[in-house]
Design a protein around this ligand. Structure first.
Ligand code: T5A
Length: 216
């Protein structure tokens, strides 16, 4: 791929981001409902994962047994899964006019591997250019929550994966990273207070989507 592909894409690329337990899965269902209401054709997918190979890479990344995984290996695995996901699923869908709704994408890499792990942001930018060319999400919802509250929701759900086992300070850095992404390019992002009751969070999300398609 890629070079200058973004201009030829007919579908819209929407991503949903945030720290652990912020409610991405719950709210992605609401976004899917919004797309259904408008009769928009879409696929719903996730990162890391989204393809057979990507899901195997996801298993490696989330496996608590891989405690010795170094940050640069983690970064490269994220982009390996993403390269496959783009070529096999995301680009063909967008090119055909199908919208893509993706649970996490490269903003997560900046937030987790860049701000969380402390890897060089320029290296991430280089990999982003290699794997994506000029293709970026059209619209990104960032669900924002105090990581302590998010982790209390995650703990209530059961066993923790490799990322969820990180200390709170890690997620504080990740959250700060997401906020910095928004400040760097406010027009692409919508930051939503995800600590509010679900009905309020979802009203905010629907309002942001309506604005995105020019109905707000
Ligand atoms: N990762 C990923 C990187 O490090 N770099 C990358 O480049 C990428 C792509 C896997 C991990 O990979 C890392 C980040 C992640 O650690 P994931 O599967 O998206 O990514 O992991 P999680 O963030 O852990 O996703 P979860 O499915 O666990 O959390 P969600 O989807 O945010 O939360 P959800 O919707 O399941 O909600 C959690 C609970 O809260 C309740 C829900 O009912 C649920 O019980 N809830 C609310 N309760 C009260 N009020 C509200 N407003 C609520 N909203 C939801």
């Amino acid at each position: 791929m890629t070079g200058t592909m973004a201009g030829t894409m007919k579908g819209k690329f929407i991503t949903v981001e945030g720290t652990e337990g912020v409610g991405k899965t719950t709210n992605i269902q609401r976004i899917a409902g919004w797309l259904d209401e408008r009769g928009i054709t879409y696929i719903s997918t996730r990162e890391p994962g989204g393809t057979a190979l990507g899901e195997k890479i996801r298993d490696l990344l989330l496996d608590k047994g891989n405690i010795s995984m170094v940050a640069s290996a983690e970064l490269l695995l994220m982009f390996a899964a993403r390269a496959q996901h783009l070529e096999e699923k995301i680009i063909p869908a967008l090119a055909a006019g199908t919208w893509v709704l993706c649970d996490r994408f490269t903003d997560a890499t900046y937030a987790y591997q860049g701000f969380g792990r402390g890897l060089n942001l320029e290296h991430i930018k280089g990999l982003e250019a290699l794997v994506q060319g000029d293709l970026h999400p059209d619209f990104t919802l960032i669900l924002d929550i105090d990581p302590a509250l998010g982790m209390s929701r995650v703990r209530a759900r059961g066993e923790l994966d490799r990322f969820e086992s990180e200390e709170l300070a890690f997620f504080d850095r990740v959250r700060a990273g997401y906020r910095e992404r928004v400040n760097g390019n406010p027009s692409r992002y919508c930051l939503v207070d995800a600590s509010a009751p679900l009905a309020i969070v979802q009203a905010h999300i629907v309002g942001a989507l309506n604005t995105f398609v020019g109905e707000g």
